[in-house]
Design a protein around this ligand. Sequence first.
Ligand code: NAP
Length: 260
Amino acid sequence: MFASMEGRSVIVTGGSKGIGKGIARVFAQHGAHVLIAARDESALQVAAEELSGEGAGRVETVVADVAKVEDCRRLADVAVELFGGIDVLCANAGIFPDKPFLELTEDDVDAVLACNLKGTMFAVQACVPALEASGHGRVVVTSSITGPITGYPGWSHYGASNAAQLGFVRTVAIELAPKRVTVNAVLPGNIATEGLDEMGDDYIRGTEACIPQHRLGTVEDIGHAALFFASDEAGYITGQTLVVDGGQVLPESPAALEGI
Ligand code: NAP
């Protein structure tokens, strides 16, 4: 049995939708106080209403753009003000616009790296003093199988940002170890979200056919992986990755899935 999350202070960036909302739901159901952050205030309010009452803890919102360092600092300040500290940061906010590599502009690449990589790094940096003070600080980064393990046409910049996140995780895990802060990453496969819906039916059906479990993941599948990394019992695990993909990266070729 895992120790209780009750009363723990948790930040989830990108918590208004998709995977972030699923992570926030799982922590709320386990009694944590959760601060969800995103840029669109109305979506945050809708999510907070939906999540309130899921558990004993509070669900609060903050408008913040993680691509801006000052917003990352404000996010940490708001969590400390509201909940008295920070025990867990789920650095989950991310964007995945698709564009063929040969058409990419410097602005396209900057936008993806600013949110997915820089946003992760500066959200973590801003939270470190409070995470250290908690005595059991946890950082859980949402990366992806795309980049670290697989590739997909149109996502060269996105894939690069996800792989770069892991370079960050492995290094900062060493730097923060003396502060008793662990840093790990969840690598989702294809998860049913609003963002993925925009990829269209063909993409979704084609993907399901390549997954041994023949279904997309749920946002709660990722939430439970994040919850594990955040637990007291995972305190000796740092700088690691956990793939949550229904087995998608396993087949050596389509033949491995024949008859399955
Ligand atoms: P989503 O449904 O599009 O939700 C993205 C969330 O991030 C929203 O809350 C969005 O709100 C927020 N966000 C985006 N840019 C932000 C910024 N600059 N500052 C603060 N918040 C920002 O996406 P998702 O599918 O849940 O993806 C979440 C994470 O999982 C991403 O890092 C993505 O790369 C990763 N991932 C997703 C999948 C999948 O299958 N869905 C698979 C692998 C990895 P606002 O737009 O209001 O800011």
